[in-house]
Design a protein. Sequence first.
Length: 191
Amino acid sequence: MPAPSAEVTKYIAAAPAEHRAALNAVRKVFLDNLDSDYAEAMAYGMIGYCVPHSVFPDGYHCDPRQPLPLGGIASRKGGMSLHLMTVYGDSVLRDWFLKAWKQSGKKLDMGKACIRFKKIDDLPLDVIAEAIRRVPAQKYIETYLNWRPASAAKGTAAGTATPASKTKRKTKPAAKKAAAKKKVASKKNKT
């Protein structure tokens, strides 16, 4: 793991005073438990942990210029958040994580990969540490390659997959469009 980034240090210093100790504690959990193939950097407006392009040249399918994100820590107006993509992308790890969190006795406020918290006491740091340890970078890359959308896997060379934001949305088949028009016309005739 590379030396701490000055940007990360600035981010924590700029956070509200009541968030700084918690951000540093969760950051320490990441840094103490990640394998050496991961890197820390500012990403997506938060402290991020990723598989750098030097380890996984393809990058993230949504934007191959970005490294493959693993997780992150953020300070927000209403509190803080911890992001664990592995819990979102790996159902076995997710099941273990939810069970271990429940056994900790702590309340879980979680979306797909985002855990919201107000103070460090809201988090079972040992469970988070174990979740991070369970996913060395090479295992995470394997899981990601099996999980990522098929369209992203079609890139012709490392880093050339088309970002999801650049792909065309599929339109409704002609039959569905015709049925929708007929329904609208029918409503107009009734009035």
